[in-house]
Design a protein around this ligand. Structure first.
Ligand code: AP5
Length: 258
């Protein structure tokens, strides 16, 4: 399997009327992963690295909401405007809005390259809806990776994060700085700090995680899908630990380290 696929994600970011220009290679057994973990634990960073190794597309619900929020006001639906308000405060967007958005993108779950869901599901209701949809579409998850990190490190990661406004690549001012300050290494887009990375929103997000998302660890544990990985160390080390944990479950699938 190629590990150098460039991901496009147009169909995911813009919705079902858009088409991906770069269609991932179809594998016999595409990886269908869910990444769990508190805000700032490094799910997006790992999704990007895992995409490079496994070829599966990085599908983040947060990125869809941010892409919708950056469109002109007149092009935004009332539900998306409402979602932007929840996000700014650090609160979860209501299940009905999230589900509507995912359901209309269900074609991405059939992608021959596979997928890495990041930030979805985030409540038991969302997890149950996803399971029902995948069962009815004849699809199944390969594994659910749960990343764990002490609270203090999470806050430091969120406070220093910078994101590219064009390609959404993620940096950190001290841990993963770009080569040129304020500019993306990949596309030279401008880097910005997310509204919800302010201290008051971070607290609300971490509370929402404890209340609504942490119970998914037990949910997926009972389904026999859970793989736990400590999110300490460098991004490459964490990615290697993830691949090794996946390898012990699916020996035939993981590409050997290069
Ligand atoms: P979303 O975009 O999903 O954000 P999140 O889950 O809060 O996660 P983050 O993107 O903040 O963190 P991450 O774990 O991806 O970490 P990252 O890799 O960036 O959601 C945002 C909002 O949208 C929600 O609050 C909610 O309002 C709404 N929403 C989205 N989906 C929803 C849903 N399903 N239901 C309801 N509402 C929903 O890393 C963080 C930083 O650390 C970066 O700077 C990175 O460079 C750095 N870093 C990463 N790894 C390391 C490392 N190993 N060492 C040092 N630094 C590192």
């Amino acid at each position: 399997m190629s590990t150098q696929n460039k991901q496009d994600r147009e169909a995911w970011l813009q919705g079902p009327t858009a088409q991906c220009q770069v269609v991932p290679e179809h594998g016999e057994n595409p990886w269908r992963l869910v990444l769990l973990g508190a805000p700032g634990v490094g799910k997006g960073t790992q999704a990007d690295l895992l995409h490079q190794r496994l070829g599966a597309c990085h599908l983040s619900t947060g990125d869809v909401f941010r892409a919708a929020g950056s469109r002109p006001d007149c092009e935004q639906s009332p539900a998306m405007k409402e979602a932007a308000g929840y996000m700014r405060r650090g609160a979860l967007v209501p299940d009905s809005t999230v589900w509507e958005m995912v359901r209309e993108r269900k074609g991405c779950l059939h992608c021959g390259g596979g997928f890495i869901l990041d930030g979805f599901p985030r409540t038991l209701g969302q997890a149950e809806s996803l399971k029902k949809l995948m069962d009815s579409e004849g699809l199944s998850l390969t594994a659910v990776v749960n990343y764990d990190l002490p609270f203090g490190e999470i806050v430091a990661r969120l406070g220093g994060r910078r994101t590219c406004e064009k390609c959404k690549a993620v940096y950190h001012v001290t841990e993963r700085p770009p080569t040129v300050e304020g500019r993306c290494d990949r596309c030279e887009g401008k880097l910005f700090q997310r509204d919800d990375d302010r201290p008051e929103s971070i607290t609300v997000r971490l509370e929402a995680y404890d209340r609504s998302t942490a119970p998914l660890i037990e949910f997926y544990g009972k389904l026999g899908l859970l793989v736990s990985v400590a999110a300490t160390g460098s991004p490459d080390e964490i990615c290697a630990a993830t691949l090794s944990s996946l390898e012990s479950r699916h020996a035939e699938r993981v590409p050997q380290a290069r």
